[in-house]
Ligand binder design. Structure first.
Ligand code: UDP
Length: 469
């Protein structure tokens, strides 16, 4: 009998490091704190390539991984939106997910829970067929979860100029909607509505957020929850600096060692974000004009829906070629540029870093909060505009150049101004004070006795009661 001694859970992160990392962190918690064992099912042909492989091989004992066979997407036009690409990949993987789940059931006996992220809805029916309880791990926040669950209502209601007021949430103008919901005729919107509908049948939802960050929204879910599947905070679950894997990029950490405390602005647009050529140029000149120190993860410019690097983060051409002439030479005393990828958690944890210009991806946001680094919000795609709105208007840990909200070109003057304000000005002082306050609450939430710690324990108890434990 091959039966695993510990109860087993299976997790299916959709393609992308921004999905794999939080689901793996959840698996780690379950293994280390709750004596479970876990299998993570990964997508093999996603080109986060080396980063994904290195990350997977760093996972602790108790977590196995199994890779799905490659999913051909060659029939999709090259300009196909990321949401559509990921959704098609998931939909085409359903038979392989079934085979994989059956194989896991055979070796482990029972599977206590099958856990997907917001794109995994199509595979839930397979778990149901096999008698495995189904859960969602929302790798974003309660605010986005509210919006996501509201999508089919949104689809059916007329477009209006009135802001959308979801219970317990800040009012949301249509231009700050998740980018896949701004064009209701688009394929990506249809896909998001489809995913939202798939999640009606869940046994429970975990959210990578915490009560102190989203008090009213979390409370709304708790209070309306009587008799319904629970929606519980379990975050922030991030890869801590000490656990993150290096990719021979430690030279930027050595450079940070030489810089004064709290003096460097870190600039990164997540695993998939890229700017247009024009915007890359404005950002370079704006940084130079600001006179501040910076560490910039530079990508080859693209114009594909802001997430052009998502399926090809390790671009073969040298992204530094696209910087203004002489920029590297002129800024070499104050700045460092890294092509494509930096060890972000280690960078944010470094005492030389005093600010983070970020695309506001939720993992990046949580990492910034946990390391107490105030932000400049520069959303590009996905739910990033909603995150930016919350961080600037509600949580008040970020400043924002106005044009990022209008989706226009952010000019060098505006960049220089907001960078100076964050690093040395009054605006920066306030968001820095606030982020340190929230950081304390974040650490408490996931420690024994904290609300997110309790949230996860409650979820595990629910699995026990469902009989596959
Ligand atoms: N990341 C990194 N180095 C980079 C860019 C990203 O380590 O140069 C990590 C980052 O720390 C975070 C994840 O990749 O954990 C990105 O997730 P997020 O949700 O912020 O954005 P996404 O990539 O999903 O847009």
């Amino acid at each position: 009998n091959n039966r695993s001694p510990n109860p087993h859970v299976v997790l299916l992160p959709s393609p992308g490091m921004g999905h794999l990392t939080p689901l793996a962190e959840l698996a780690k918690r379950l293994v280390l704190h709750h004596n479970l064992s876990a299998t993570i099912i990964t997508f093999s042909d996603h080109s986060s390539g080396g980063n994904q492989q290195a990350f997977i091989s760093s996972l602790p004992a108790g977590i196995s991984t199994t890779s799905l066979p490659p999913v051909p997407l060659d029939d999709l036009p090259p300009t196909t939106h990321i949401v559509t690409r990921i959704s098609v990949m998931l939909a085409r993987s359903v038979p392989d997910v079934r085979r994989t789940l059956q194989a896991i059931q055979k070796t482990t006996g029972k599977v206590a829970a099958y856990i997907v992220d917001l794109f995994g809805g199509d595979t839930l029916s397979v778990a149901k067929e096999l008698g495995i309880p189904q859960f969602l791990f929302c790798t974003s926040n309660f605010f986005y979860l509210s919006f996501f669950l509201h999508l089919s209502t949104l689809q059916e209601s007329p477009e209006t100029a009135e802001p959308l007021q979801l219970p317990g949430c800040i009012p949301l103008q249509a231009k700050d909607f998740s980018r896949s919901a701004t064009d209701r005729k688009s394929d990506e919107f249809a896909w998001m509505v489809h995913h939202s509908r798939c999640h009606n049948q869940l046994d429970g939802i975990m959210v990578n957020s915490f009560e102190a960050l989203e008090d009213e929204t979390a409370r709304f879910f708790r209070e309306k929850g009587e008799g319904k599947p629970p929606v519980l905070p379990v975050g922030p679950l991030i890869t801590y600096a000490g656990d993150s894997v290096g990719n021979n990029l430690e030279s930027c950490l050595e450079w940070l060692d030489q810089q004064p405390d709290c003096s460097v602005l870190f600039i990164s647009f997540g695993s998939g974000g890229s700017l247009s050529q024009k915007q890359t140029w404005e950002l370079a000149v704006g940084l130079e004009m600001s006179g501040q120190r910076f560490l910039w993860v530079v990508r080859k410019p693209t114009d594909v829906s802001g997430g052009g690097a998502y399926f090809n983060p390790q671009s073969t051409s040298d992204p530094l070629e696209f910087l203004p002439e002489g920029f590297l030479e002129r800024t070499k005393e104050k700045g460092m540029v890294v092509p494509c990828w930096a060890p972000q958690a280690k960078v944010l944890a470094h005492e030389a870093v005093g600010g983070f210009l970020s695309h506001c991806g939720w993992n990046s946001t949580l990492e910034s909060i946990v390391y107490g680094v105030p932000m400049i919000a520069w959303p590009l795609y996905s739910e990033q505009p909603m995150n930016a709105e919350m961080l600037v208007e509600k949580v008040k840990v970020a400043l924002r150049p106005l044009q990022t909200r209008n989706d226009g070109l952010v000019r060098k003057e505006e960049i220089a101004e907001v960078v100076q304000d964050l690093m040395e000005g009054e605006g920066g002082k306030e968001v820095r004070r606030r982020v340190r306050e929230i950081k304390e609450a974040a650490v408490k939430a996931v420690s024994a006795g904290g609300s997110s710690y309790a949230g996860l324990a409650k979820m595990v108890n629910l699995w026990k009661s469902l009989g596959n434990y």
